[in-house]
Design a protein around this ligand. Structure first.
Ligand code: C5P
Length: 226
């Protein structure tokens, strides 16, 4: 069995909405409800913990916890709440823990299942959903001068879900607050600690809603599915 941590505590300032991003209504449902529906479709998930902005209640059937200042602080708070809701001990270090951003509403149950299966098969500490990069990527100096063109065949755009062994995630998140604040994903913290991270291919459609344009695109894609 697995637990799922849904991080939904961001303010979503780049979206410019009148409420936190996870509660913006998209194709008839608050953004976070799309990810929750996908999580509820995975039989292996026994508990869902949601990191929330202040003043918001936990959705039905989930455990709510207040989020932290940065994303990884919210993941840490949700991981702690997942233990408190179980036996209160340190938990089974081999238990799979799924971390997913509420900002990715197009995720499907199959994507969670594929990541869980890849964790089993790879023996890695973490597996991250990722899409092959389709743009040419160049590294440039602050002046704008191009320094290098990277080999696109080896590059992946990283998404969530990300699936971890509980022990590895818990050790990675036990690092100082400043290091956590620098992490744009939790797998990076595992890499810093010398852990093994694998990618599992995921469609580009599993996009992250950051700006108003992303929101319009996600709404169109979700409406097509209904
Ligand atoms: O801001 P960004 O879109 O990169 O956030 C990714 C995810 O992390 C979102 O689902 C957001 O709600 C969540 N988050 C959080 N706590 C924070 C910041 C972001 O749960 N302090």
């Amino acid at each position: 069995m697995a637990v799922a941590l849904l991080v939904a505590a961001g303010r979503g300032e780049r979206l410019g909405a009148d409420r936190p991003k996870a509660f913006v209504v998209l194709a008839g449902r608050p953004l976070l409800e799309w990810s929750l529906a996908a999580l509820r479709g995975v039989p292996a998930i026994e508990r869902i913990v949601v990191a929330l902005p202040p003043g918001f209640d936990a959705p039905a059937g989930t455990i709510g916890v207040s989020g932290g200042i940065e994303r990884s602080h919210s993941v840490r708070a949700a991981l702690a709440a997942s233990l408190a809701a179980a036996d209160g001990g340190d938990g089974d270090p081999s238990e799979p823990v799924i971390v997913h951003d509420a900002a990715r509403p197009l995720v499907t149950p199959e994507q969670f299942e594929r990541a869980l299966a890849a964790l089993e098969q790879s023996g890695a500490d973490a597996v991250v959903a990722a899409a092959p990069v389709t743009d040419t990527i160049k590294r440039a100096r602050p002046s704008g001068e191009v320094e290098a063109t990277l080999d696109r065949r080896t590059l992946w755009a990283i998404q969530t879900p990300q699936v971890f062994r509980r022990g590895a995630l818990s050790a990675a998140l036990a690092q100082p607050d400043e290091l956590l604040a620098a992490a744009t994903d939790d797998a990076w913290l595992i890499e810093q600690a010398g852990g093994r991270v694998h990618v599992v291919e995921s469609p580009r459609e599993n996009l992250k809603v950051t700006t108003a344009v992303d929101l319009r695109l996600a709404a169109l894609l979700l409406e097509e599915r209904c």
